[in-house]
Design a protein around this ligand. Sequence first.
Ligand SMILES: *[C@@H]1O[C@H](CO)[C@@H](O)[C@H](O)[C@H]1NC(C)=O
Ligand SMILES: *[C@@H]1O[C@H](CO)[C@@H](O)[C@H](O)[C@H]1NC(C)=O
Length: 457
Amino acid sequence: MKFTRPVLLAGVASALPHFDSPQQRLLNGLELPDKWLQSKATPGKGKPYTPEHRDPYDSAIDPIGDDLDPLPWRNGKGASVLGPWNWERSRENPDLVRPPSTDHGNVANMRWSFADSHIRIEEGGWTRQTTMRELSTSTELASVNMRLDSGAIRELHWHKEAEWAYVLAGEVRITALDYEGGSFVDDLKEGDLWFFPSGVPHSLQGLGENGTEFLLVFESPGEIGGGKFSEESTFVLTDWLAHTPKSAIAKNFHLDPQVFEHLPAKEKYIFQGSQPGAIDKEKPTGKYVKKSKDNFTYRLLDQPPKVVSGGEVRIADSTNFPLSKTVASAHVTIKPGAIREMHWHPNADEWSFFIKGRARVTIFAAQGEARTFNYVAGDIGIVPRNHGHYVENIGDEDIEMLEVFRADAFRDFSLEQWLLSTPERMVLDTMFADDRESGDAFWNQIKDNKKDEVTKP
Ligand SMILES: *[C@@H]1O[C@H](CO)[C@@H](O)[C@H](O)[C@H]1NC(C)=O
Ligand SMILES: *[C@@H]1O[C@H](CO)[C@@H](O)[C@H](O)[C@H]1NC(C)=O
């Protein structure tokens, strides 16, 4: 047998030979993790993903942590798998294989993994992008994941889109010129942000032993379809010079054309540069060079977090990072079992990126429609504006994620805060008309709560 296929036929599973998937071993009674017997790790009755399993509450299961293969069985309905099956993908997407019974309708795809994006490989670095071409619901923002080794340069360039960035690892030097002609140079580390408004020319260079890796998010001013951006279509200095007559370049700089004979023949884009010295030694010193009055950078992870019962929240928007007028962001930590509370964003689509952990997100789209997605490190998620959602940590490590918005400020409405700020009778008549006793318990539980963006299990 070439590949493992857990053909599940109730009652006869153990009669089938040679199936060695973890699911099949469990069914054959060969292994049963202790935690399934005592803890919440085995929600419902019976082993998950079997015909016998029953869970009217649609609890989350973590197939990666619990070494399970998700199969399309739900509360006795469903059937086994006979055809080819991508085990790795279905383990990453347990709620697509067996969606909660509350999912319904045709909600568009809201997930993309950078692992499925094409990588452009260059000298000393690489880059890959996720735009509307990859993820059609990413209409407001486009994104790039880029790596620059020590000394490698993303060359001097500019573009129409505003650029927001988060440093994922290592160190990077950025340079920019502001709208008033002020020069800016700064060195950033993991957890720092930068923001370049539309058209601002800039460069990036990897520092330290291993250079850097970062995430870029692009926003198109005045356009809804900002997600169509391409990192391949920026205005690059060497590309411009390669397509301008040498006589014009010579005239522009008051030199002989021979001076420019060895300019690069085409764009360099990403290339190995020499090691930079300290900023003080390198910053331009010309007679008329002036220092920028803007600050293009913000140390997001240095910000003391808002500590909530199930994690931490840090926010950067135009209120504390004034230059970032069109992109707002939050860095959120969600402890195992905790949930980023049920909420929605009134002012923009959410573009999220998972740095760490495993998550389950159900997106409510009105008209009875909802769809549940799972996310792992390196995945991008979209939640259209006003769509209700939560983010549940289904794994055994913290979730670390970014929420990014095409907006001046971070705004969300919490379901719990909304309800407890509404007259009790209105809430209980709506939710608990048939069960006043549970209604009273519910009201007592929520009425004095303060906002808890990430709430403990
Ligand atoms: C650079 O990478 C190497 C190999 O992965 C690692 O051993 C080293 O600790 C890294 N250095 C820094 C400063 O992170
Ligand atoms: C920009 O602001 C940050 C605070 O987030 C500060 O640490 C940094 O020194 C400032 N950079 C410049 C170049 O002014």
